[in-house]
Write a protein that binds this ligand. Structure first.
Ligand code: AMP
Ligand code: MN
Ligand code: MN
Ligand code: MN
Length: 287
């Protein structure tokens, strides 16, 4: 199976996506996706509904999650794929991150009151509707209140790392996040490498940490990868003996720049991570 029709990174309303898990699966199916992983931020809450929706469409559904980790001063996202969603080590670890998110939401809301957003915490909780509260929810409030023109500007001016509405969060180490995924028999993928804007030396250092922890794959093909990003990621995957993953990082159908299943094809010099999924033989039978 080539990467055509495969999307191993996307979000639902369980975190900062705008579609319910069921609607997300329907949209992915309509876009021609045959193998889908739902990878919400720090939660598995959408997986059961998404798996059930995929089963009715003969799609191959893969358990997924995108874990927030800290590496020095940076936040690095680690995607877990094809794990046992009942693993206690993984669930306990994610519960800790969810508690950090609740605490951070209170702190961000307090800061946004200074920018003129009233009732920010209650509104963000209402919008998240029981899912994880993320900075994306606060960005939407800034836009809704006319304080920023769009989410991108809300991040650039207020919510981005080091900006006045940002609250530094400890998250968890790369070692711990990868250990949870491994305990659950999954594959750990370093997400969207082009987003970190690291020098080659720093990036190699990050990948050394990641592989030493037991990480197995790099997201070589992302929704916003340029050709040069794919080339760089391919050569990094080969240098570090990593498999390649492909995912759109889809959040919202209104984002014209990111489509479900919309990634570049996996270069043939990289082994696709899905070849190492636990029941890869049966995925070959998916039409
Ligand atoms: P959080 O995990 O709560 O810190 O929120 C991070 C999320 O915010 C990411 O997963 C993206 O979906 C979104 N995000 C981060 N940076 C930007 C940006 N510059 N513009 C729009 N959305 C962003
Ligand atoms: Mn997100
Ligand atoms: Mn991410
Ligand atoms: Mn993501």
């Amino acid at each position: 199976m080539d990467s055509d029709g495969i999307d191993l990174h996307c979000h639902s309303r369980a975190s900062d996506g705008t579609l319910s898990p069921t609607a997300l699966v329907a949209a992915a199916h309509a876009a021609g996706v045959r193998m889908l992983a739902l990878t919400d931020h720090d939660t598995l809450a959408g997986l059961d509904a998404a798996r059930a929706a995929a089963a009715t469409r003969n799609m191959h559904f893969i358990n997924g999650v995108e874990i927030s980790t800290r590496w020095g001063t940076r936040t690095i996202h680690i995607v877990g794929l094809d794990f046992d969603a009942h693993c206690a080590a993984l669930l306990d670890g994610l519960a800790g991150l969810q508690a950090q998110r609740r605490q951070r939401a209170r702190a961000i809301a307090a800061k946004l009151e200074n920018f003129g957003v009233t009732d920010a915490l209650r509104r963000a909780r209402y919008a998240a509707d029981g899912g994880q509260i993320t900075r994306t929810h606060f960005a939407r409030l800034l836009v809704e209140d006319g304080l920023c023109q769009d989410a991108r500007r809300a991040f650039r001016r207020i919510l981005g790392d080091g900006k006045p509405g940002c609250v530094a969060t400890p998250w968890v180490s790369i070692d711990a996040a990868v250990a949870w995924i491994r305990a659950a028999k999954g594959q750990a993928v370093l997400a969207h490498p082009q987003c970190y804007r690291l020098s080659r030396t720093k990036f190699d250092c990050l990948l050394d940490t990641f592989t030493a922890a037991g990480g197995t794959a790099l997201e070589v093909c992302c929704g916003n990868s340029k050709d040069a990003d794919v080339v760089r990621a391919t050569s990094a995957a080969r240098r570090h003996g990593l498999f390649g993953s492909a995912g759109s990082d889809f959040h919202d159908p209104a984002h014209a720049w990111r489509h479900l299943g919309g990634t570049a094809p996996m270069p043939s010099s990289v082994t696709p991570v899905w070849h190492h999924f636990r029941d890869f033989a049966s995925t070959e039978a998916v039409p």
